[in-house]
Design a protein around this ligand. Structure first.
Ligand code: PGA
Length: 255
């Protein structure tokens, strides 16, 4: 089954409003008309409103980096799916390892966030990944399998069209150390089987699974040429328009 590649830049806590304007202007010129690849950016909350205006007339998708699971309420400092949708945000990253690690997000909380975002009509990038210790102990699949099962518990099969899975080994994030294409492919294949067991072959076959963790222009093509790697979630390299463009071009199906 052919799946449209999806490349998303996770800006993390980078870029103020002026820097956002500049980078998006550059990305618009380079990638604004691209049709063969879904391209997205995930700026910080303070830039989302501006980004929504700047991206209104092109194909680049707008993502948030986090969301709360309630529609509204006494949750100081939080932002709801409905609020994101109201300013034209298309999708949200949920379960990033930095949120799990530094902000104590549990599997249960992540599951609530995913279901809330989907019911507000947002697409969701669901992140899973193992630590170096877990990999070395041979527990990679056990770990990411259980993350996927709890993340997707209670999600409707119909809503799975709006879900993208991102496999991000924690030891590869921001470290310059990338999983080899074969290592990543093995996990992606196993994750697709896991989703087939949870739903069915159709859902699993359609599901796009991104790889994330030190993706850069020099390694993007070899990762993306693996049969079960359908895109990339790019951190550091997404802050540079030229590097990000190179990664997107490496995902074009005819290359
Ligand atoms: P990196 O981050 O590309 O800087 O390793 C990836 C991510 O955390 O999504």
């Amino acid at each position: 089954m052919s799946r449209k590649p999806i490349i998303v830049g996770n800006w993390k806590m980078h870029n103020d409003v002026a820097q956002t304007r500049q980078l998006l202007g550059d990305l618009h010129a380079r990638l604004g008309g691209i049709a063969e690849v879904d391209v997205g950016v995930a700026p910080p909350f303070t830039s989302l409103m501006l980004a929504s205006e700047l991206l209104a007339d092109n194909r680049i998708l707008l993502s948030a980096q986090n969301v709360h699971y309630a529609e509204e309420g006494a949750f100081t400092g939080e932002i709801s799916p409905k609020m994101l949708a109201s300013i034209g945000v298309d999708m949200v990253i949920v379960g990033h390892s930095e949120r799990r690690q530094f902000f104590a997000e549990s599997d249960e909380m992540i599951n609530l966030k995913i279901k809330a975002a989907l019911s507000s009509g947002l697409m969701v990038i669901v992140c899973v990944g193992e630590t170096l210790e877990e990999r070395e102990a041979g527990r990679t699949m056990q770990r990411v399998g259980s993350q996927v099962r709890s993340a997707l518990a209670g999600v409707d099969a119909a809503d799975m069209r709006k879900v993208v899975l991102a496999y991000e080994p924690i030891w590869a994030i921001g470290t310059g150390r990338t999983a080899t294409p074969a290592q990543a492919q093995a996990v992606h294949e196993a994750l697709r089987k896991e989703v087939e067991q949870l739903f069915d072959e159709g859902v699993a076959g359609r599901l796009r699974i991104q790889y994330g963790g030190s993706v850069k222009p020099s390694n993007a093509a070899s990762l993306l040429s693996e049969p079960d790697i359908d895109g990339a979630l790019v951190g550091g390299a997404s802050l540079n328009a030229e590097d990000f463009e190179q990664i997107v071009l490496a995902a074009r199906p005819w290359i």
